[in-house]
Design a protein around this ligand. Structure first.
Ligand code: 1PR
Length: 547
């Protein structure tokens, strides 16, 4: 019996889908005694360290889990499921971990790097093990702000390390107890293969190879102090290429992928129809997209939970697509015609339950940021950003920004943050500010993009998606001036969007601005440039992408 330790802390639908796609039946742990009767146990660990540990304790799972681990029985921990094996975490001071592995979990330093560490990174194998055979040549999807620190006391547990500003433990193993920091269920074919091997019982160490490696490792260790297991090339986080599907119902009532030109999705009065959402998303997954984003672009008008077809799209997509899925549109509190109130968290929960890994908040984020500034730069704990981040983690909250340039003659002409632009306005204006809009660009607000993104970061957002109404669908390239400003303004990952017309626009973006990802829609939908061609172009220029 393969059992999932789902203690109700968050979304594990992706993992269930991945295991189902591999053809393995899965049962759930409902009571402490179920743990010891499991033949193989998977502990995904969702959310934050403290609540995860406290929930395990409250359910009476901690002791049987320790006993299971001490007996060296087949176990796969994922993300917090790895971190919980250690003694404790900076994320939740004073909350003890399971303490099976010596050492502590620390926070990445965001002064030099964006945090969370989000995206596709590689593994530096410290020993040979069938579970991760060939894995050194592949990339896996990570998303976390805390890492398990390698040190001399836990060295014999370490199966792989990864680098993000510093080395951290990305896989541990002792016998059939294994745990990984990355998400195999979101790591495409490479991740599914790791899961498959665990499920099939293929996690055997190659003892002979390891004995000789251990000897080499000992030598290296005395030379390089904390460097564990020998000096190999550091691993590097790849730039992500994201395919975006703007989805809405057309005039015939069908849910279609559409695409705007500066947000106008109609052509001769008809909504442009570029295909069926799930089919197109699956095609992009097969073609190597690192993430897929669905934007429900008319959800600001209607209550998104009444949009059952959209939830169905998400469910079906998550059964076939094993890279991260983001959904945006209509994430806000709502009262329906019967007077029933739904919180933004409730709406987001429905999206997560249907298979989303992240939710993207547009219009509501602008209103939240306005209230934040009106309170003198304070949150009050009730906003959608704060509530969703608290329950599902910061990494699950993306802010989708829809800015429009407002040109002025001088910086003094506006109270907003102005830049000098190389792209003058219609009357030769040399300065502009970036105005936030809501309702798909229909309404401009008295808030600039820097005010928005800084407020959202402070409130707990994990990532910023920067669209540009001026560039959307234009094929003129990304708005580098806008992106430079956002990059300098926040420490969380930034996704550049709007305007990609050819592979050169992606390399120009990554050369000019240290953003983590680039998103495009039109060129992929119209089959003008395949995702693989973008990646090949970037690779030729020495930029790291997931192959
Ligand atoms: O405000 O929380 O309900 O979220 C609505 C979401 O829908 C927002 O993220 C907003 O950007 C998006 N949206 C609303 N109306 C439109 C529209 O097109 N009429 N789509 C719309 C905006 C922008 C990008 C696009 C890129 C890349 N689409 O998603 O995919 O610009 O396009 P390109 O590569 O073809 O240039 P809420």
């Amino acid at each position: 019996m393969i059992a999932l330790l789902d203690y109700g802390a968050g979304n594990v639908r992706s993992l269930r889908n991945a295991i189902a796609a591999l053809g393995y039946p899965l049962s759930d742990i409902h009571a402490p005694e179920d743990i010891l009767s499991a033949e193989r146990l998977i502990f995904p660990g969702v959310g934050a360290f403290g609540p995860a540990m406290e929930r395990l304790r409250a359910l009476g799972y901690e002791e049987p889990l320790r006993e299971y681990l001490r007996a060296g029985r087949p176990f796969l921990g994922i993300c917090i499921g790895l971190q919980s094996l250690f003694e404790g975490s900076e994320e939740s001071p004073g909350v003890p971990g399971l303490g099976v592995i010596p050492g502590f979990v620390r926070r990445f330093d965001n002064r030099a790097l964006s945090v969370p560490h989000m995206g596709w990174n590689a593994l530096r194998l410290q020993r040979d093990c069938e579970l991760l055979e060939d894995a050194q040549a592949r990339r896996f999807y990570f998303v976390h702000s805390y890492f398990a620190e390698p040190d001399a006391s836990n060295r014999d547990w370490i199966l792989a390390e990864t680098d993000y500003g510093r080395p951290f433990i990305s896989a541990v193993q002792r016998g059939e107890v294994v745990a990984v920091q990355f998400h195999p269920e979101k790591s495409g074919a490479a991740g599914l293969e790791v899961l498959r091997r665990f499920l099939a019982g293929q996690c055997i160490l190659d003892q002979a190879a390891n004995l000789s490696r251990a000897a080499e490792g000992d030598e290296t260790d005395t030379q390089s102090g904390s460097e564990i297991g020998g000096a190999k090339e550091p691993t590097v986080l790849a730039k992500r290429i994201i395919a975006c599907l703007d989805v809405r119902t057309n005039d015939q009532g069908d849910l279609v992928v559409t695409k705007g030109d500066q947000y106008d999705v109609r052509e001769q009065g008809e909504v442009r129809n570029l295909g069926k959402p799930v089919e197109l998303a699956k095609r992009y997954y097969d073609e190597g997209a690192d993430e897929i984003t669905f934007l429900n672009i008319t959800a600001f008008r209607d209550f998104p939970l009444s949009d059952q077809p959209m939830l169905k799209v998400l469910r079906r997509a998550s059964e076939q697509i094993f890279v991260p899925l983001t959904i945006g549109g209509g994430i806000r509190a709502f009262t329906d015609s019967d007077g029933r109130h739904y919180s933004a968290l409730g709406v987001a929960t429905e999206y997560f339950r249907s298979g989303a890994d992240k939710v993207s908040i547009g219009s509501e984020a602008v209103l939240i940021a306005e209230a934040f500034h009106a309170r003198g730069g304070q949150g009050d704990g009730t906003s959608a950003i704060e509530q969703i981040a608290r329950v599902y983690g910061n990494q699950a909250v993306v802010i989708s920004v829809d800015p429009r340039r407002v040109y002025v003659d001088s910086p003094e002409a506006s109270s907003h943050h102005c830049i000098e632009t190389a792209e003058p306005g219609p009357n030769g204006e040399r300065y502009c500010w970036f105005q936030c809009t809501i309702k798909g660009g229909r309404e401009g607000r008295d808030l600039d993009v820097l005010q928005l993104v800084r407020a959202c970061e402070q409130l707990g957002a994990g990532e910023i998606l920067v669209n540009s109404i001026d560039r959307d669908g234009s094929g003129r390239g990304f708005d580098l001036e806008l992106l430079r400003m956002v990059r300098a303004g926040v420490r969380i990952p930034v996704i550049a969007s709007s305007g990609a017309g050819c592979p050169e626009h992606f390399s120009a973006l990554f050369d000019a601005v240290d953003v983590e990802a680039a998103l495009a829609a039109g060129i992929f939908h119209r089959r003008e440039v395949p995702i693989a061609a973008v990646k090949a172009w970037l690779q030729e220029r020495g930029m790291l992408v997931r192959a």
